[in-house]
Design a protein. Structure first.
Length: 586
């Protein structure tokens, strides 16, 4: 993104406008922060808009906006409504009306000068045929707010149209014609006629490039219709929509799991189905690398299920994995821990093992508070699992070997690592073998084992690619780059680093990018590209902070110390170094 924006800006100053930041997810906000904080003298101005009413509580944008203002890299401008003169200019520019002062004053009062509201009211006036010169909102009896205006516009459509649009609103912001016909139970031509009239009224529009799919022009229109339904009718319609989806797409439900979970949950009459579909939707989103959407699906399922059973444990495991991939380290740990607690209660060896493997930390620093609880959980899983060879037992052993590296039990970690690799080889499972190799590399981090580490990382890349596992292949390339750097094979290390970057760009997992940025910073530092080293290190820190990674400041601080030393700027680093050493002991 940096390169793209810089390339465009070099040709001419660039203004980048991003609307509705209150809907942006955390990774998007982190990227925007990076762009703002590192302009590199590029003639670029970034303008972002958001509704303050949407940014409340612990919304990510609140803290980010405050930090950017404090750093002096941004300025916040609160937009008020248009003045009466500006309202008059907008009406003149966007409609055929010739309003008098009273009309403008009335519009300004009722809308607060909100441009969208102004335009909607003008459309309403135009459709009624009332002369604007003699028109006042009070005289026409238009209720407060645009929802009421939209309601009146809908009411003027032919009989039956409002009912169809209300059902469409319940289906979603976008909806399929066929599904609407199924739920409404009418003739397809009648439904099409109604939709065409709604399109003419600019309430809905056909989705470009898709036959038979429509969308509400404004989300507010859909909300107004949805809110008009009573609770009982709304619940029954949700169930009808869910049943219609199951019936129409019975042979291919994959693309509808999320919708089915939503509608069954809203119906409130078949919660087991809602939970089941939420889990399926979450797993599907994980497979599609939509990590934050996956987390939302699992969270929905957990909200619907109270009993402490295996279904809840599975949802917790899915949520933990989704959070991990989205870069939410503490959130992932919380969910894995809860899943492990529940699995222990159930006496479920398989689920306990999955929770234990997911919980393993493997951070750079040794801290008993991080590693001891995970070691205990992994050992409990080993006690519950059958003693014979299995993929799951191999993975638990592999995770345990890595955790033991960060304790005084180094030698036991090496033995456990060898056991995990040998078991995976006996089973003949490439995924299990790749996972064991990835963890063995950390267990071999002693400089005496450099040759063995390079052998492991090289095999890890080959096995991961053979298994089609890009996440483990990425780990292999990062490990191999580090090994090659220790051997002063810098050019080979660059190639492995580039391979890791390509994989990370495809997978979109923040913590993977964190380690790639750290590696690139190290390469730049070794090559004397100090500015690049600083930039990559700062970006890694931003990602680490966003993910609440416990080592983010330690790694960044270590690199800052080395960078300052290389630049000959060390006097100001003495106190931070002492603080760094103190924090590493705590």
């Amino acid at each position: 993104m940096d390169a793209l924006l810089s390339g465009i800006a070099k040709r001419a100053p660039l203004l980048l406008v991003i609307d509705d930041l209150h809907w942006a997810d955390r990774p998007t906000l982190a990227l925007l922060c990076h762009i703002v904080r590192h302009p590199e003298a590029t003639p670029l101005v970034l303008v972002g808009t958001y509704r303050k009413s949407e940014v409340v509580g612990d919304h990510s944008l609140r803290g980010i906006a405050a930090d950017l203002r404090r750093e002096g890299v941004s300025q916040e401008i609160s937009l008020t409504g248009l003045t009466e003169d500006e309202v008059a200019q907008l009406i003149d520019a966007t409609s055929d009306l010739e309003p008098g002062p009273e009309f403008v004053r009335s519009v300004r009062r009722e809308t607060g000068g909100n441009p969208f509201f102004v335009q909607e009211i003008c459309s309403h006036v135009d459709e009624t045929g009332v002369a604007a010169g003699a028109f006042t909102l009070e005289g026409l009896g238009v209720p407060e707010g645009v929802k009421q205006v939209i309601g009146q516009r809908i009411a003027r459509l032919p009989e039956g149209t409002e009912r169809l649009l209300t059902i469409a609103a319940l289906i979603g912001r976008e909806f399929d014609l066929d599904l609407l016909v199924d739920v409404a139970g009418g003739d397809e031509d009648v439904v099409l006629d109604a939709l065409e009239r709604a399109c003419t009224a600019r309430l809905v529009e056909e989705v470009t490039g898709t036959i038979g799919r429509y969308s509400f022009v404004h989300a507010l229109t859909r909300d107004a219709l949805y809110d008009s339904l009573g609770a009982t009718r709304r619940a029954r319609l949700h169930r009808r929509v869910a049943e219609a989806i199951e019936s129409r797409y019975a042979d291919d439900l994959d693309d509808h799991y999320g919708a089915l979970s939503f509608h069954y949950a809203a119906a409130g009459t078949d919660l087991p189905k809602a939970v089941e579909y939420a889990g399926l939707a979450g797993e599907q989103a994980l497979a599609r690398l939509a990590h934050e959407d996956a987390a939302k699906q699992f969270e929905r399922g957990l909200e619907l299920i109270a009993q402490q059973d295996r279904a809840r444990c599975d949802l917790l495991l899915g949520l933990a994995e989704a959070r991990r991939r989205a870069g939410d380290v503490p959130g992932s740990q919380t969910a894995f821990t809860e899943a492990g607690r529940l699995a222990r209660t159930l006496g479920d060896a398989e689920r306990l093992a999955r929770a234990a493997v997911g919980s393993f930390r493997g951070h750079v620093m040794a801290n008993p508070g991080w590693h001891d609880p995970v070691i205990e959980l992994l050992e409990q899983a080993l006690d519950l699992l059958p003693g014979e060879d299995s993929v799951l037992r191999s993975r638990v052993l592999a995770a345990l070997s890595l955790e033991l590296y960060f304790t005084p039990q180094h030698q036991r970690g090496l033995t456990t690592s060898a056991e995990a690799i040998a078991m995976a080889r006996r089973i003949g499972d490439d995924d299990a073998l790749a996972f064991a190799l990835a963890n063995a590399h950390t267990a071999l981090s002693d400089p005496r084992h450099l040759d063995a580490r390079l052998t492991v990382s090289t095999e890890l890349v080959a096995v991961s690619e053979r298994a089609g596992n890009p996440e483990l292949a990425y780990i292999g390339h990062v490990h191999r780059a580090c090994d090659l750097l220790e051997l002063t094979r810098v050019e080979d290390a660059r190639r492995s680093a580039r391979a890791a970057v390509e994989i990370v760009d495809d997978l979109g997992q923040p913590m993977q990018r964190y380690f790639v940025m750290w590696l690139q910073s190290t390469l730049a530092l070794l090559e004397g590209r100090f500015d690049d080293a600083q930039r990559h290190s700062d970006e890694a820190l931003e990602i680490g902070i966003a993910a609440d990674h416990p080592d983010a400041f330690v790694v960044w601080g270590t690199q800052a110390l080395v960078l300052g030393w290389q630049r000959g700027e060390v006097a100001h680093l003495v106190e931070p170094a002492q603080q760094l050493l103190s924090s590493s002991r705590s």
